[in-house]
Design a protein around this ligand. Structure first.
Ligand code: DGL
Length: 248
């Protein structure tokens, strides 16, 4: 089975890592729109336009399924992308919410939703969680984490200052939704910031569960071949992939 993975840039590699670890597919075609990242600071119309243009890239490949690893795209452009394509498209928000619901069914669980400005402004996580009865929600845009991760800063004083800046006045969470592809790379630092060590919801792990439960894709025999493409500086993206993906 051949799957496409689309992200605004490098962040979706955190989802690819989970797909590779579970050997779900024969071939993964990754496309990062590195020429136009970040999407998280753009408005809906722009995000939809860029996402539909990304579909044109995937027309060059005979993919069976497309995963939009980007939370910002999943929040704003999933419906438009589905209407414009003939294959199934899976976003990361629904899987993230399902993972949380499976792990923490108590509706008064204190949940911290993190994401880009566009993802938080869309209220997708907030509304879907509220519809399920969760009522103890805090949502904050933590856009500064994106460039820190892009710089390879996964720990240390600079990141700690950013954590303090965003989290110093919020209620202590029992769960944190890492609502941006970059955040799994600083998951340990975010978890470590809170004394009670909340449960971390990671898009990559959530999508693996979703693919098994909803699409019957459990893999383990896939050839696991990864091909990386980008709208700018593909060599840079391939270097980042080497660093982030390690030996998987
Ligand atoms: N990939 C984006 C997301 O998951 C983060 C980076 C961006 O702003 O484009 O929301």
């Amino acid at each position: 089975m051949r799957v496409g993975v689309f992200d605004s840039g490098a962040g979706g590699l955190s989802v690819v890592k989970s797909l590779l670890e579970h050997k779900l597919f024969d071939e993964i075609i990754y496309y990062g729109d590195t020429a136009r990242v970040p999407y998280g600071t753009k408005d809906k119309n722009t995000i939809v336009r860029y996402s539909l243009e990304a579909l044109e890239f995937f027309n060059n490949f005979d993919i069976d399924l497309l995963i939009t690893a980007c939370n910002t795209v999943s929040a704003h452009a999933l419906q438009e992308m589905r209407e414009a394509s003939s294959y199934e498209i899976v976003g990361v928000i629904e899987p993230g919410i399902r993972a949380l619901k499976n792990k923490l069914p108590q509706k008064d669980t204190s949940i911290l939703i993190t994401g880009t400005r566009a993802t938080i402004a869309s209220k997708r996580y907030q509304l879907e969680l509220a519809a399920l009865g969760y009522h103890n929600l805090t949502a904050i845009q933590t856009g500064l984490f994106v460039p820190l991760v892009e710089e390879g800063i996964f720990d240390g004083p600079l990141l700690h200052e950013a954590l303090k800046y965003y989290f110093k006045e919020i209620p202590l969470p029992s769960a944190v939704i890492l609502g941006c592809t970059h955040f799994p790379l600083i998951s340990d630092a975010i978890k470590g910031y809170f004394e009670q060590k909340p449960l971390m919801i990671h898009s990559g792990e959530a999508i693996v569960e979703h693919l098994a439960e909803q699409c019957g894709i459990t893999g383990s025999n896939g050839e696991n071949h990864l091909r990386i493409f980008a709208s700018d500086n593909v060599e840079g993206l391939r270097r980042t992939a080497k660093g982030w993906l390690g030996d998987v």
